[in-house]
Write a new protein. Sequence first.
Length: 151
Amino acid sequence: MARLMEARGAAPVHLFASGRRAPSRPRHETVHLRDDEGMLAELRLLSGTDPRVLGDEEVLRMSLPAIRGDYRAAETYVYEPGPALSCPITVFTGDDDPKVTLDEARAWEEHTDAGFAMHTYAGGHFFLSNHQTAMLKIISDRLATVTTGSR
């Protein structure tokens, strides 16, 4: 999306990636092809969904199609090499994330010519839950430098 924006003259001022490996580091995953029980097993494995939600049949019926769609989009995306972005990239990752290794997160650096930073936090795929304040401060500080005219 950032590349498309840049190509159309509406380049992002900064790209923030959280809990996601660089697009140049694909894995072959098929969670989106699992049945509902298989999807729920994956959600439990990641330990980021409140168990009350996983136990609520009505909420699950409404949520699973969207969750499956998110998995489908992520798992079927095909990276095409191209020019590096002209905006900085900041990556947030958990040190025990089963979905993203530190090397896969660090590989975002290859996708920009304008600066890179990576912040690693204690936790798994949903490390964000325990580190929101710190992450919001970093995002706010990075965006503040953009509004003052420096990148």
